[in-house]
Write a protein that binds this ligand. Structure first.
Ligand code: IPE
Ligand code: IPE
Ligand code: MG
Length: 241
């Protein structure tokens, strides 16, 4: 790869809303499930590309707290497919030394899938080649409420005082934890909204919106988004010389 601005300004942590599976399928007069299947293939492609590029952390949105309002049939398909996906991906995650973690509520997922997730988290917990977080039954508002609840518990137990709570401390209680800040956020499919993804963590993130539907989001499209990021001038409220 040529040593250009792209390499110098690589984001450490990328968060992606993988959107547009349904519309991709509809345009091809296929069932929405066909879009999810194709989308899952892209997930593997983008994860391996992130690893090749040396991205440290990737957080991807797979199912939101609002997605429960979809037809039951689609929800059942998505979770069954997730289970198949994880089973087929297990060896590769281990071989490529990817650290896998699910973020989100865990109380509404079936016991079998939860067990599968926990096993995969356990066997990959020592890996550090790429930190992959998959947001399932995740909502940014839930995350903040959940963090607050845990902080209150710590205060009640006397392990912490309200005056100890500052922004750094609060962030540690959020799902993404002490991870590198999210440098780049990508949403595919042309929608320009956050849809209750990492609302706290995106405070100073560079936002890139791609018009491509997720099933068409190839490694080249991914590189295009990263290139756009690498040209941005991040000021964080300061004045650049
Ligand atoms: C993203 O694609 C995948 C999930 C939310 C599970 P969509 O299913 O939202 O596809 P569109 O937005 O309807 O095209
Ligand atoms: C956001 O996409 C959630 C995921 C990609 C998992 P949605 O398709 O659910 O978001 P809206 O409904 O367009 O805001
Ligand atoms: Mg959508």
């Amino acid at each position: 790869m040529p040593k250009d601005v792209f390499v110098e300004n690589l984001p450490k942590h990328i968060a992606i809303i993988m959107d547009g599976n349904g519309r991709w399928a509809r345009e091809k007069t296929l069932p929405r499930t066909a879009g999810h299947r194709k989308g899952a293939q892209r997930v593997k492609e983008i994860i391996s590309e992130a690893r090749v590029l040396g991205i440290k952390a990737l957080t991807i949105f797979a199912f939101s707290t609002e997605n429960w309002d979809r037809p039951k049939k689609e929800i059942v398909f998505l979770f069954n497919y997730l289970s198949k996906f994880l089973a087929s991906y297990r060896n590769k995650l281990i071989k490529e030394k990817i650290n896998f973690k699910v973020i989100g509520r865990r109380d509404r997922i079936s016991r079998e899938i939860l067990r599968q997730i926990e096993e995969l988290e356990e066997v990959t917990s020592k890996n550090g080649e790429l930190y992959l977080k998959v947001a399932i039954d995740y909502g940014g508002r839930w995350d903040i409420v959940n963090a607050s609840r845990n902080i209150v518990k710590e205060c009640r137990r006397g392990r912490m005082k309200p005056s100890d709570i500052d922004e750094d401390c609060f962030q540690k209680y959020l799902s993404v934890g002490e991870f590198p800040e999210v440098d780049l956020f990508i949403r595919t499919s042309g929608e320009k909204r956050i849809s209750n993804f990492l609302i706290w963590n995106l405070a100073y993130t560079e936002l890139v919106f791609s018009n491509v539907y997720w099933p068409d989001f190839t490694r080249d499209e991914f590189r295009k988004s990263i290139r756009e990021y690498s040209r941005r001038n991040r000021r964080f409220g300061r004045i650049n010389a």
